[in-house]
Design a protein around this ligand. Structure first.
Ligand code: ATP
Length: 604
């Protein structure tokens, strides 16, 4: 597919206000994508690599602005690009204001755009853009910055205005066309899985009962099949290809692969009484106060993934060493990495998160914070996939693998609320966060926040919110942010489909956030400095003292109460908000959504 066609269709999708019509347009684009389908699917979501792959393009705004300026001609420099950006607020729109294609050097092809728009363009294809961006991502070493710039310039130099708009956005990972994971999932189901829909399409759509609606809404079985494959693989491109080529059977056969993380199974809040009422008896485990980690050992090498599937192998060498000492067959384990003191007692989870910060010296941090693995689930052992095995069996396999050590949770099965209360008391006394209650016969449901795992923790509630703005400080702190604007995720269409099961899953549409409050207390000067340094590159717009910031960082915040308030977009405000920490283990899609805010308000 020509990149110009992709860009033109992305533009149409962006302009489409209706959700159903958007899904329909995406569906048609997928159906037309031929051999480029996986790339088109990823590009639609602003990705070059699948979600499970930790490779990043690592192209910062400075390099991007420079490449755009160079392709825009001798009269434009990065300062011009940046001042336009301050005015317009978004790099895609800025890129679309220039005329490219006239510059000498790499890739100066000129010629008309393939979309027939009359815009200048150089016949870029989706596959060529993908190849070139992947080359840029893997160009390292001496002189690499120059070569990366040349390559990026080469792409812009061949781009029409619409192509440049989406190229710039793709480079920064955000397409801004209102297409999140939920839309791609539904479009994939409608294009390739739902036979009723596929059969109807193209021939007599207007005669179909319900018109457009029946066309764009695939049946829920088809959607579920696509969703399950996504939760196991985290690869929208591959899943779309399998759906097209092998249909539902192929999707059902998408299995776990050692080295490719599955989405973590999540918990809801719940009590022992509820658990016993629902299941008869419950598996009770310590709720460790650390960070989620998924361990993949392929028989030779270990890879560790965080809750949002970032590769955290390098920051956690002790866990890698432990795994490689303890097992000699391929395994996938789910667990928590906890910080412990010299006596092996748990430390607060903020200590663990210090290990996930980007810039630090692993060896020094290793001396400062000691971490250990607490495995509580086992998804694969030596060729046996255990996702569909009952929890009791997965626990047995885990114990057989790691033995009776601190590294394995000690599940207790009980149907007695008093006994469960005693387990909880012991867990809290030992410094853990609380307990988990699990359905003994339940399978492992990747990405689901269902009723089979319940968590109980007595701590006051906190919210995990996305920073979407900030205000500069005053006086001696004028060059630091002092106040941070916080937003909750607007639970997307996936949440609407089944609020309980998909709350927080990665298929929820990810690009909408609603403000809910500001936080300025509880942050030390040192933290303000680190936060300013971290957030400044993500500023989207400045207006006097106030800046808006692209969603990147998640804060955990405490509060006294949530109140209804017209001040913020969410319709709620936090009373006495207090900064707790940066949730290094969460990305904006994992932040709390409005559905949870509303539940908390109801419980108040
Ligand atoms: P929280 O902020 O409460 O950790 P979360 O959104 O990160 O919540 P939930 O699924 O709501 O995740 O709560 C369960 C979390 O508790 C898991 O993600 C995991 O990190 C942690 N945990 C600690 N011990 C266990 C355990 N034994 N079994 C399952 N999860 C555990």
């Amino acid at each position: 597919m020509e990149f110009a066609e992709f860009a033109a269709r992305a533009e149409e999708i962006a302009e489409e206000p209706g959700d159903l019509a958007t899904t329909e347009r995406v569906r048609d684009l997928l159906a037309d994508a031929s051999e480029d389908l996986p790339v088109v699917v990823r590009f639609l979501q602003g990705r070059v690599y699948p979600a499970w792959d930790a490779t990043t393009l690592d192209i910062g705004p400075a390099l991007l602005h420079e490449a755009i300026a160079r392709a825009a001609g001798p009269n434009v420099d990065s300062d011009d690009v940046e001042s336009k950006l301050a005015e317009v607020g978004e790099i895609g729109a800025v890129a679309a204001t220039y005329e490219f294609g006239g510059q000498r050097g790499l890739g100066a092809f000129g010629g008309g755009a393939a979309d027939g728009s009359g815009e200048r363009g150089g016949g870029l294809t989706v596959a060529a853009v993908d190849d070139r961006l992947r080359e840029i991502a893997t160009t390292t070493g001496e002189g690499s910055e120059g070569r990366r710039l040349d390559a990026l310039f080469g792409l812009f130099n061949r781009a029409s205005q619409t192509e440049a708009k989406f190229l710039a956005r793709l480079v920064l990972g955000e397409m801004r066309i209102g297409v999140g994971g939920g839309t791609v999932r539904d479009a994939t189901a409608a294009a390739f899985v739902d036979e009723g829909v596929a059969g109807e399409r193209g021939e007599t759509p207007s005669e179909a009962p319900g018109g457009d609606e029946s066309e764009a809404t695939p049946d829920s079985d088809a959607v579920d099949a696509v969703e399950r494959a996504l939760q196991v693989s985290n690869d929208y491109g591959m899943v779309a290809r399998v759906a097209r080529e092998e249909g539902r059977e192929g999707l059902d056969a998408v299995g776990l692969e050692v080295g490719r993380p599955v989405q973590a199974m999540l918990a809801q809040a719940g009590s022992a009484t509820e658990a016993i009422e629902e299941w008869g008896e419950a598996v009770v485990e310590t709720k460790f106060d650390g960070a989620r980690v998924q361990v993949h050992f392929d028989g030779e090498e270990t890879a560790l993934f965080s809750r949002n599937m970032d590769d955290v192998t390098d920051p956690l060498p002790e866990v890698v060493e432990f795994v490689e000492r303890a097992v000699d067959v391929p395994v996938v384990l789910d667990g928590e990495v906890v910080a412990v003191d010299d006596y092996g007692s748990p430390l607060p989870f903020q200590e663990v998160l210090r290990r996930f910060r980007r810039k630090y010296d692993v060896e020094r941090m290793r001396e400062e914070v000691r971490v250990e693995l607490r495995a509580f689930d086992c998804l694969h052992v030596d060729g046996d996939d255990l996702l569909d095995a009952p929890l009791s069996e997965r626990h047995d396999r885990l114990r057989a693998l790691l033995g009776d050590t601190d590294a394995v949770s000690e599940p207790v099965v009980s149907d007695d609320p008093d006994e469960i209360a005693a387990v909880e008391e012991r867990a809290l006394e030992a410094g853990h966060e609380g307990i988990m209650l699990k359905e003994p016969e339940s399978t492992y449901a990747p990405g689901k926040r269902g009723r089979n795992w319940l968590k109980r923790k007595p701590d006051v509630e906190t919210l995990d919110l996305v920073v979407t703005g900030a205000e500069w400080g005053e006086g001696r702190r004028a060059n630091l942010f002092g106040t941070f604007l916080l937003s909750a995720r607007v639970d997307g269409e996936a949440a609407g489909r089944d609020a309980t099961a998909t709350d927080g899953d990665a298929a929820a549409d990810s690009d909408a956030y609603a403000t809910i409050g500001k936080v300025a207390t509880g942050i030390t000067d040192e933290e303000l400095e680190a936060l300013t340094e971290r957030l400044e590159p993500h500023i989207e717009r400045e207006d006097g003292q106030t800046v808006s910031i692209a969603p990147e960082v998640v804060f955990e915040v405490g509060y006294e109460e949530i109140q209804a308030s017209p001040t913020y977009e969410s319709g709620y405000a936090l009373r006495f908000p207090r900064y707790v920490t940066v949730r290094e283990d969460k990305s904006p899609v994992d932040a709390d959504g409005l559905a949870r805010v509303e539940r908390l308000v109801d419980e108040q």
